[in-house]
Design a protein around this ligand. Sequence first.
Ligand code: SAH
Length: 543
Amino acid sequence: MLKKNDILDAQITAMSSDGNGIAKIDGFVVFVPCSAVGDVLRLRIVKVQKNYCFGKIEEILTPAAQRIAPSCPVYQKCGGCSFRHITYEQELCHKAQFVADTLSRIGGLDLPLDPIVPSPLEEGYRNKAQYPIRIEDGEVVAGFFAKRSHRVIPCASCSLQPKFFTDIVEYTQTFAKSCRIPIYNEETGRGLLRHLYIRYGEVSGQVMVCLVVNGNSLPHSEEYIKGLLEVCPSVASVVLNVNKRQDNVILGEKCITLYGSDTIEDTLCGVSFHLSPLSFYQVNRQAAQKLYELAADMAGLSGSELLVDLYCGAGTIGLSMASRVRELIGVEIIPDAVENARENAKNCGIENARFLCADAGEAAKTLAQEGLHPDVIVVDPPRKGCSVDVLEAIQTMSPKKLVMISCNCASLARDCKALDAMGYKAIRAVPVDLFPRTTHVETVVLLSKLKEAEHHIEVDLNLDEMDLTSAESKATYGEIQDYVKEHTGLQVSHLYIAQVKRKNGIIERVNYNKSKSENARQPKCPPEKEKAITEALKHFQMI
Ligand code: SAH
């Protein structure tokens, strides 16, 4: 039995979905932060639970091949990144595996994943940052929360954000100090300044600076703005967000514009968007374009469709598809975001779109009761996934195609399973990495309605696009993985299995393992794993 402070040597053999390496010691699972698969480590046991424990690296005895030196001085302390110590290629591999495992384990889906789409930028990709401001050791600090804690790790300069964010953070810290702005204290609920929130329109170059305060005004605000414009002349909007709540929610509902415009502008998929501080907007614009293009591609739009975009935010997904549909209806609960969506449609001359400000479940129910029959529904819910109302209303509205986008693969898998029972079959799934160096990843899934009597897929797909694997193969991806694991101890991904199948002439969906230019970095199955998968294919008499 392992005890706290035990020192042991072990090899990391797998990676958990929250970015901890996994070692097995006498069958006991040990999670080790900042470790890499293949590392041989000397570990100190730091926390023991009933079925697992946590270890800390005392010494790296043999580093894994994909290890790299983390480029951030606060990497070990800050709760933001989890994959700075391994190559980006390896990170993509882990993320593709998490998505495949989750869709299969929770969703019961046995479909091959398309290759993960990498982010065009690995660093400096975020257009938004929210820095808590607190007093730590008597000093005003802005930075990020430590893992599972509300201690602020000072970090003005984070490489996930554009470099100029640092100037704004440092300036705001100095201003707060020199003007003696009372800093918020989470325990007492007193003090004024809580968060600094910066948003940047990559295409317009416009910057929004939003100060979240536990009050209705900011002392010396004119002085703050004057100095801010000297530090960053691209600031187009300075907003005060009023948040007097005593919980973890960062933003309050009320915004007061102190300088410039209420919104800033950005362009996504060729459509220009105005964004207020409260509107959701993807933090990685370049990767989001890839995600939305993929969603449009899956929707297979011809111009005649009625498209419903549920959880639409400022309208980004639907509006980027509006020129390819007959009519668009968006639904979103935050009034500011709906207002942005309506203005965005107007500014872009889009006349076939309307937006409803409502709970997605209630609105979907009403639309279904009105007898609305959309051809395609796109859903992009928050982390907790779709409400039961939404799923039931989708069934009633009965679209031919459903495109589901989610940053939480587990709730996505759960919703896909529920939809499966309602007659919707997942036919394509693609992970898209919008969040390099963190454990987060987006996934987009295309579901198609089965005809009740015949139970065949209604969507027109040409043969090349069809995934013939499940019809032709004698073993599922899961069974092949299990066989390989049992006989060689190796873990193999769906991607690797697909690559080996294709090499052996088993027809896969055409775009599955072909290297498109954006996927050129897709990991290739190593020879050892190829051999193991080939053996499994032989065992199942597939080759
Ligand atoms: N599709 C948008 C936004 C996705 S984020 C985009 O890609 O930019 C999820 C959105 O769901 C947020 O805008 C959030 O405000 C909204 N939302 C959360 N709960 C909701 C609910 N119950 N009904 C409708 N919208 C909701």
